[in-house]
Ligand binder design. Structure first.
Ligand code: ZN
Length: 105
């Protein structure tokens, strides 16, 4: 979710440029960034585990920490390993890489 990170940094930079010594305008960008941190983590983790990153990202965006807790319980469990073909992480128990479709022996 590099786009969201960039957006957050831009909002933060804009707010700090426009600040006239008033720290109140820094509050909302900071809240937005803190809100988006678990969303970012869940989207990246869901992609690695081959589950719907959009659905889980939306759920955590709406419900935030309760959504994150539900995701951590409901996600496919197990260690992640690097795919030898594409180099991205995939669940160790998946025989097919969710990113490149390579079959792992
Ligand atoms: Zn792969």
């Amino acid at each position: 979710m590099k786009v969201l990170r960039l957006l957050g940094l831009m909002v933060l930079a804009t707010a700090s440029i426009g600040a006239d010594g008033d720290l109140g305008c820094l509050l909302w960008p900071a809240v937005l960034l803190v809100w988006l941190l678990p969303v970012d983590y869940v989207v990246m983790d869901a992609r690695r585990r081959g589950v719907s990153s959009v659905a889980w990202g939306l759920a955590v965006c709406i419900f935030w920490l309760p959504g994150l807790l539900v995701y951590l319980v409901a996600r496919p469990q197990g260690k992640l390993i690097k795919c030898w073909q594409c180099g991205r992480k995939k669940p160790i128990r998946d025989m097919i890489c969710p990113h490149c479709g390579t079959q792992v022996a």
